[in-house]
Design a protein around this ligand. Structure first.
Ligand SMILES: NC(=O)c1ccc[n+]([C@@H]2O[C@H](COP(=O)([O-])OP(=O)(O)OC[C@H]3O[C@@H](n4cnc5c(N)ncnc54)[C@H](OP(=O)(O)O)[C@@H]3O)[C@@H](O)[C@H]2O)c1
Length: 352
């Protein structure tokens, strides 16, 4: 089978397509023929050696794949051959709080990932795919979807979920952010979306964004957020920028508001962070690391209930994975960038 590999050195332009044997499942493992893979900013960080500089190489990147079960280990009882499944990014996080052990079981990180014609999953690291989604749409769920879901509606540490009528500030229009916009609308919240592009902001309004702000033409976007909220500030911030945006997000959030700390997109614009304003506003800053399999299942139920479709920006072929990663890196996308591995395979509607 063909698989992309990072190694022997990190680097987007060093990613190579190699031949590997089709994997055999271990006793509690499942082998899946991969039909579609969604890319994440995390994949760029892993491939470039930023995320895990000491990662053992070679490694197959990619965390989000959908496919059909083709082989199961002798002790597997909950998954059948032929079922359409996707994997949890953290293979060993079934439920409850995140543990150090579960955090080390990331697909396309410490474990080989899904940019491969066949991939191995742990039996407990699989979930059914909502039946109304195509393979390309379902592939968007594991990382971007579950992260936005955990941040807003299913926080793992007993924090308050987003309530109807609350105002949520969402930074940018990448994968996590558009899931956050869609979940905010399902929850009946008011969505404030920022982007570097007026054209993308128009598309965000079409998806339900109530207030839109161009953060390039308005570097003081925190002021516009306060203006849009009657001087109060946002109740919740989906913080995907990290060190480059956290000081501004802290000015944009209300007293006793919540900031879901998710990403590092604006690292190159890093500012020093003075914790005093966050402290004196009584802000809760909550780190979010994807989510458990139980949260993934609850998210899928909500997505099915709302007949929600993830926003797929563009689909590339398996041969064009390097071009797709460069496209993702350019930030030109709106939503998710997806790889189709099996062009002859119908967009399956089956689910387990
Ligand atoms: N903690 C976790 O569990 C977790 C899970 C998933 C992702 N992440 C992290 O979350 C971040 C988002 O991931 P993703 O896969 O959704 O990324 P993505 O799809 O690549 O997002 C790209 C978009 O981010 C926006 N952006 C870039 N710089 C920005 C800035 N300075 N201010 C506001 N928006 C900015 C841009 O939107 P516009 O073009 O509209 O300006 C850009 O198109 C990444 O840092 C990723 O590593 C963390």
């Amino acid at each position: 089978m063909r698989a992309y590999e990072i190694g022997p050195e990190f680097g987007l332009d060093r990613l190579r397509l190699s031949e590997r044997p089709v994997p055999e499942p271990g006793p509690r493992e499942v082998v899946v023929r991969v039909h579609a893979v969604a890319l994440n900013y995390r994949d760029l960080l892993v491939i470039e050696g930023v995320y895990h500089p000491k990662l053992a190489l070679p490694r197959v990147p990619g965390s989000d794949g959908v496919g059909e079960v083709v082989a199961v280990g002798p002790l597997v009882t909950s998954v059948r051959i032929g079922e359409r499944v996707t994997g949890t990014v953290l293979q060993d996080w079934s439920d409850g709080p995140l543990t150090a052990e579960a955090a080390r079981t990331g697909l396309g990180g410490n474990l080989d990932g899904v940019l491969s014609e066949y991939a191995v999953f742990r039996e407990d690291g699989l979930v059914p795919v909502p039946s109304h989604l195509t393979d390309e749409e379902a592939a968007c769920l594991p990382c971007a979807g579950v992260t936005a879901w955990s941040a807003l509606l299913d926080p793992p540490n007993g924090l308050v979920p987003l309530r109807a009528g609350e105002r949520v500030l969402i930074l940018g229009t990448g994968g996590v952010s558009l899931f956050a916009l869609q979940f905010a609308k399902i929850a009946g919240a008011v969505a404030i979306v920022t982007s570097s592009s007026d054209e993308k902001l128009a598309r965000a309004r079409a998806l339900g964004a109530d207030v839109t702000i161009n953060y390039r033409t308005h570097p003081d976007w925190d002021r516009l957020v306060r203006e849009a909220t009657g001087g109060v500030g946002a109740d919740v911030v989906v913080e995907v920028g990290g060190a480059g945006t956290l000081p501004v997000s802290t000015r944009a959030v209300r007293h006793a508001g919540r900031i879901a700390l998710i990403g590092v997109l604006a690292s190159q614009e890093a500012q020093s962070f003075n914790p005093l304003p966050a402290m004196m506003k009584g802000v809760t800053i909550q780190g979010v690391f994807i989510g458990s399999r139980a949260a993934f299942r609850r998210m899928n139920a909500a997505i099915s209930g709302a007949a929600m479709h993830p926003v797929v920006d563009r689909v590339f072929s398996f041969d064009d994975v390097p071009q797709a990663l460069h496209y993702l890196k350019s930030g030109a996308h709106f939503g998710k960038v997806v790889i189709r591995l099996t062009p002859d395979h119908h967009s399956s509607k089956r689910s387990v």
